[in-house]
Design a protein around this ligand. Structure first.
Ligand code: SF4
Length: 385
């Protein structure tokens, strides 16, 4: 089996200890399993951003955090590790898990936290170490929000209590939910054995991908499969932005917020942490505070909205995202964030747009959008994607 798309050079995805040298200093990426983190961990990330970074926390398109401009990446990394925000060695960068943010609280077919925690624990323990830092696991509570991000392998809750196993957009069978984490790892390990220079399953050529899918069916013997993988690409769609007051099924309140250009000031993060509620970061760069009483949620809104957090579901920021651009990224033709802010000041935004500083298109949504791509002369080209 061979990979169709050869990558040039080794995978250099940053983690908390293996940082990336950007133009504005070292960059650390903090992988949050399923976007979940506790208040104490956010407080530590904010402290690190203030002490050694540029004073901000970036939210990424995989529901992770990034710290930029680190002046002492070793000290920063050790502080993050001590807070449980990373893992030593190669295990850190393979912990790429996205999970339905509303699971267990609003709709869906049940909570996903047990599966996410078990999967993360096994990855921290050394499972699937042959993966690249780009491979993506997903746990979808049945609403399809995680499928829309096109992970390499997804466990999707079924209404009957089981879980579909979906590999590169193909359903290969069904497993019991307690077996979901192990099934996800089995697929990842099967891919790691054959991936060659491919980082994602989608990068395998067609015969190799088909052989992998059939091999997974044989290895797991997941029920309800005739051995012919079923394509689920049709119907994948974006779900509404999780912004504002979101009533939970148990009567509590979840608050959803956006931060302009996905950049959260450390000072604002400290206020978020002080609420002392469960925090979820989504793959659309939303920040959710869960399990709030109505009076607490009301207070949070009144304190944090004036600090720049966006709680308005009609805000143009629900339709806009962008890459880091200059001055941090050496490849960028322009200061993308500044250009987005200037554009927003005079133009309405009616469709989903993702602005990027070069053709690499970092952080692009997997659903339909307009890519607004900077050109070498500093102008932008709008391209439906
Ligand atoms: S899209 Fe280009 S300019 Fe933007 S962060 Fe990626 S490499 Fe840099």
């Amino acid at each position: 089996m061979t990979a169709a798309r050869a990558r040039n050079g080794p995978d250099s995805c940053p983690g908390v200890l293996r940082t990336h040298g950007a133009l504005d200093g070292e960059l650390a990426r903090i992988r949050l399993p399923g976007g979940r983190l506790c208040a104490d961990q956010l407080a530590v990330a904010a402290q690190v951003a203030e002490e050694w970074g540029d004073g901000h926390i970036e939210l990424t398109s995989r529901g992770n955090l990034q710290l930029r401009g680190l002046t002492d990446s070793d000290a920063a990394g050790q502080a993050l590790l001590a807070a449980g925000l990373g893992s030593p060695g190669a295990a850190d960068t393979v912990r790429n898990i996205v999970a339905s943010p509303l699971a267990g609280r609003i709709g869906g077919h049940g909570g996903v936290d047990e599966t996410v925690t078990e999967l993360d624990k096994k990855l921290r323990g050394g499972a699937a170490q042959g993966l690249s830092g780009r491979f993506l696991f997903g746990v979808d509570d049945g609403r399809g929000d995680i499928l829309a991000h096109r992970p390499d392998v997804v466990s999707r809750w079924r209404p009957d209590g089981g879980a579909d196993l979906i590999v590169a957009d193909h359903t290969v069978g069904t497993v019991a939910r307690p077996d979901a984490a192990a099934a996800l790892l089995t697929v990842a390990e099967a891919f790691a054995d054959v991936r060659g220079s491919a980082w994602r399953i989608r990068e395998l050529d067609e015969p190799a991908r088909t052989a992998l899918l059939v091999g997974v069916v044989e290895r797991l013997d997941p029920g309800e499969s005739d051995g012919a993988p079923c394509d689920i690409t049709d119907g994948l769609a974006d779900t509404p932005a999780l912004v504002g007051w979101l009533p939970q099924d148990d009567g509590a309140v979840m608050l959803g917020a956006l931060t302009p250009a996905g950049r959260l000031p450390a000072r604002t993060a400290e206020f978020l942490a002080a609420v002392n509620a469960p925090i979820l970061v989504t793959a659309r760069r939303e920040i959710l505070l869960a399990d709030l009483s109505a009076p607490v949620a009301d207070t949070v809104l009144r304190v944090l909205a004036p600090m720049g957090l966006v709680f308005d579901a009609d805000s143009p920021w629900t339709l806009l995202s962008c890459c880091a651009g200059a001055p941090g990224c050496a490849k960028s033709h322009t200061d993308v964030r500044a250009d987005v802010a200037a554009h927003l000041a005079i133009h309405p935004v009616e469709q989903r747009e993702h602005w990027v500083g070069c053709s690499r298109g970092c952080g692009s949504p997997t659903t339909a959008h307009i890519r607004v791509q900077a050109q070498p002369d500093g102008t932008y080209l709008r391209m439906p994607t």
